[in-house]
Design a protein around this ligand. Structure first.
Ligand code: SF4
Length: 119
């Protein structure tokens, strides 16, 4: 049986790095690895064309906004309205999801007699 290090060197396992804080190993492929590029191309081809550019920005690592948007869209099968109506209130991305309904502006009317109506 090969050790983890020799398996990685032989290309039989995903590259791994040891984290400084915990010492645990985690999957960490190089952004330019051909395996990652292949997976990205596959995923991109499976999504609606209109979201492919956003996804490309997300996986480039240059836009957290695009990453959150893409994640939510994928979570809801690429249906904007479903993202808008997401009911998973405890999801860590809920407050940041795209296509949130616009909050109604509170308008208040103060009548001459001092009564206040809020619409
Ligand atoms: S906020 Fe809703 S749509 Fe976005 S990832 Fe979470 S559950 Fe999915």
């Amino acid at each position: 049986m090969l050790s983890e290090k020799s398996e990685a060197a032989a290309g039989t396992t995903a590259p791994q790095r040891k984290t400084k804080s915990t010492g645990d190993y985690h999957f960490c492929p190089s952004p330019s690895s051909s395996k990652r590029a292949e997976k990205i191309a596959q995923r991109r081809s499976d999504m609606p064309r209109s979201y492919q550019a956003k996804y490309a920005r997300a996986v480039s690592g240059k836009s957290l906004r695009a990453a959150v948007d893409s994640f939510c869209l994928e979570c809801m099968m690429w249906q904007r309205n479903e993202v808008r109506k997401c009911t998973s209130l405890a999801c860590p991305l809920w407050a940041y999801r795209p296509y949130k309904p616009q909050q109604k502006l509170q308008t208040s009317v103060i009548h001459k007699n001092g009564d206040k109506n809020v619409a």
